[in-house]
Design a protein around this ligand. Structure first.
Ligand code: DGP
Length: 116
């Protein structure tokens, strides 16, 4: 696993230094509720290993990256969602604010397409 970044918010949640509302955990992945939910269900699924975005995680640990999606599906099932959206923001230009890979799992209301 890559070293935690001492300045990274999600590394601190993974380490338990900052509380997170955890809904699922595996050896490699933590899923917790977004502090600023955009829908009735808004869960962030993060690899415990620190990488700054989805592509970096996929390159460094393909199996761990795939596990983000199996955990996302389990979260959606647990929440009883009839469908859900799974989104990575990559880069500040499209709204990434936390530079530790995180898959947004959003559902529980109608979602427009294309996204804004
Ligand atoms: P993004 O904009 O794609 O980088 O998403 C970052 C998300 O992280 C955003 O939806 C809000 C969420 N967030 C920021 N700070 C915290 C926090 O301290 N705890 C939790 N649970 N979520 C946070």
């Amino acid at each position: 696993m890559s070293a935690a970044d001492p300045d990274c918010l999600f590394c601190k949640i993974v380490a338990g230094e900052i509380p997170g509302d955890t809904v699922r955990e595996t050896d490699r992945v933590l899923a917790f509720r977004d502090v600023n939910p955009q829908a009735p269900t808004h869960v962030l699924v993060v690899p415990k290993a620190h990488h700054e975005n989805a592509a970096a995680s996929a390159a460094a640990d393909p199996d761990g990256f795939a596990e983000l999606f199996t955990v996302a599906a389990a979260v959606a099932r647990d929440e009883g969602l009839p469908g859900h959206r799974a989104v990575f923001n990559t880069g500040a230009a499209v709204g990434q604010t936390v530079f530790h890979t995180h898959l947004h799992v959003i559902g529980g209301r109608d979602l427009a397409w294309p996204p804004g």
